[in-house]
Design a protein around this ligand. Structure first.
Ligand code: SF4
Length: 617
């Protein structure tokens, strides 16, 4: 019996660590030149529901000289046993320790997983600080939405992949192959300099950061000729082939179904939404490709439920036809389709109604704000009438359970806006009660506004904890005893998320000091230790409020300004000012180009922009 099998009975859900799942790929370790560990800094059940990792796993394993294996953050019980027994963190496929890989690639999608990155490196064991690693250690890379402001993690990561990884990763591999040639033994610094010449690769150690005397961020400057002053986000013009042979978990995971990415990007332009800017422009997968991919998923994985994934699935052209075609084509497979992220309109209700009855568990809509004024400000203009019509259509068609998402602390939000949320929910609930013999079940989820980098609200201050708590209180009072379920994010968690997403390189010290005495799994309420973080800020001589509670002047240098996502600062400023003036910006998919900056890079945008210029002449 192996050492691993000896300890599995001591931990919860041992299947998280055994590997061997259906469709997992095990290549010959000794005969494969480049070994990559794809690391997800959270639980297996969450990582196995992530859409990006299967794409990279598939892409990398298609390279004959590359093996890509998976590793997830071991839950606290497993991490403790591993440390006691001296078992290093290992990959699921071949169970090799992470320190034996050439490259460790972390996926960073949520700032509250940062301490898990440190912990995974520590358990591997690999020095946590990039400056303490040498040529005997793996290269540690990271990608994902968080790295659009890579600075807070710059102390721990050797190089960041900015934007769509599908093409740039292969280019990075070419550099790696060249560097690793037998007998060539160049120091890793040479690889870093070469990698820095690849568009979309950011090597933080090749830059120097300066701060002003008052502590404000001043500049970030390359120290070598190979590093560019700005790093452009990589954008694939065509979506990569869908993954139709993903690894099928043995234990229940968060999204326990097949998934096909039907489109990437969203053109709606909600001003609080970072995904809306950093995934632009919209790229659609042709219907035929989706239909074929669903068939392959059924055959290769045995799934009878498939999710059509995108940031806004109801915007996919002719989605109703796609759903009808899929339902018809796979009618003998009892296929259930799932459509996340739907628009608030009766079309969406009809669309959901056309799905198999197995999907009729609940409908989810995100009005985000209670008043039309505030919805206009965030550029998510939905009339109350339209919202109520949608709810009425849902109840009429037999839905009894509705979930509504709101965001608290949006710029200019007042108590009136909170009262509007209460009134709106009450009206929806009253509509449900009108249906004879049914009791509506309304669940309300309250998120906190986080002013994210690269959005029109990146300069805005976040509300503090007492302000948010009093809004929660107001909502609790206003909705008490009406059969309405209310859930909310802990304001402390949102504060930390904002700080880490808007931070500069100095935050590395804070993350390190929070991790050292034990902060891990910060995204899990039972493990979130805010006091520990406050202490870490104190020790690092920094103030958290400096990062999230301060409105930044529009001309203040921002720590993420060297990351060029393609959307210009001029556009973001324009959008911010339009927001404050209560002016909407139309969806560029259906209306004219809004000149967000991508017309400089993207052929489809250039065409739209040219049309706009011609119409103005
Ligand atoms: S450049 Fe124009 S068409 Fe392209 S995403 Fe930006 S606003 Fe839309």
């Amino acid at each position: 019996m192996s050492e691993l099998e000896n300890i599995l009975h001591q931990v919860t859900k041992p299947a998280r660590y055994t590997g061997g799942e259906w469709n997992s790929i095990v290549k010959d370790w000794d005969k494969t030149g480049i070994k990559i560990a794809l690391a997800y800094p959270d639980l297996y059940e969450l990582g196995m529901s992530n859409l990006a990792l299967p794409i990279l796993y598939d892409l990398l394993n298609r390279q004959p000289d590359v093996l890509a294996e998976r590793v997830y953050a071991p839950w606290v019980d497993m991490a403790a046993v591993m440390q006691t027994k001296g078992i290093p963190l290992f990959s699921l496929e071949s169970r090799h320790p992470l320190k034996d890989f050439d490259i460790i690639g972390f996926s960073l999608g949520y700032e509250l997983t940062y301490t898990n990155v440190l912990n995974m490196l520590h358990l591997s064991p690999i020095p946590v600080l990039a400056s303490e690693r040498n040529d005997s250690h793996p290269i540690v890379i990271a990608g994902g939405t968080c790295v659009l402001n890579p600075e807070p993690m710059a102390d721990f990561i050797d190089l960041f992949v900015i934007g769509d990884a599908e093409e740039v990763l292969l280019e990075l591999l070419d550099s790696f192959r060249d560097w690793k040639q037998p007998g060539k033994k160049a120091p890793r610094k040479r690889l870093f300099r070469q990698a820095a010449t690849i568009p979309g690769i950011y090597v933080p150690s090749l830059y120097t950061v300066e701060y002003q005397a008052d502590g404000l961020f001043k500049s970030i400057t390359p120290t070598v000729a190979q590093a560019s002053p700005t790093v452009q986000r990589r954008i694939v013009t065509k979506l990569p082939p869908p993954v139709t042979r993903p690894v099928v978990p043995y234990v229940e995971v968060v999204h326990d179904r097949g998934a096909i990415e039907v489109q990437r990007g969203c053109s709606r332009g909600c001003r609080f939404c970072q995904a809306g800017t950093i995934y632009r422009p919209v790229r659609e997968r042709p219907q035929e490709e989706v239909i074929q991919a669903v068939g392959e998923l059924i055959t290769n994985c045995g799934y009878d439920e498939v999710s059509l994934v995108s940031l806004n699935t109801s915007d996919y052209p002719h989605i109703d036809k796609l759903v009808a075609n899929l339902s018809h084509r796979y009618r003998h497979h009892n296929l259930a389709l799932s459509l996340p992220s739907l628009r608030i309109d009766s079309f969406s209700v009809k669309l959901m109604d056309s799905l198999s009855s197995r999907r009729k568990t609940g409908l989810t809509f995100a009005p985000e704000a209670g008043s039309e004024r505030l919805r206009c400000l965030i550029n998510k203009s939905i009339l109350e009438e339209q919202l109520l019509e949608t709810a009425a259509a849902a109840f009429d068609r037999g839905w009894t359970s509705l979930k509504l998402y709101f965001m608290l602390g949006l710029p200019t939000e007042t108590t009136d806006d909170i009262e509007n949320i209460i009134q709106l929910i009450n009206k929806v609930s009253a509509l449900g009660r009108k249906v004879k013999g049914k009791r509506p079940h309304i669940r309300v989820s309250l998120a906190t506004f986080v002013p994210k980098p690269h959005t029109p609200f990146q300069w805005v201050a976040q509300e503090d904890e007492p302000q948010l708590n009093s809004k929660h209180e107001l909502l609790k009072q206003g909705l008490r005893g009406k059969g309405i379920g209310l859930s909310w994010t802990d304001p402390k968690v949102s504060q930390l998320e904002a700080v880490l997403s808007r931070g500069d390189r100095r935050l590395g010290k804070v993350i390190y000091r929070a991790w050292q005495p034990g902060s891990t799994f910060d995204a899990w309420s039972e493990h979130f230790n805010y006091e520990n973080w406050l202490h870490a800020f104190e020790e690092a001589g920094l103030e958290s409020g400096f990062y999230n509670r301060r409105e930044r002047p529009l001309d203040e240098p921002l720590p993420w300004s060297h990351i060029d996502v393609g959307i210009t600062t001029a556009f973001l400023k324009r959008e911010y000012q339009r927001a404050l003036a209560g002016r909407e910006t139309p969806d560029c998919r259906h209306e004219a180009c809004n000149v967000c900056g991508l017309e400089r890079w993207q052929p489809q945008c250039r065409q739209k922009y040219q049309k706009l210029s011609q119409s103005k002449r």
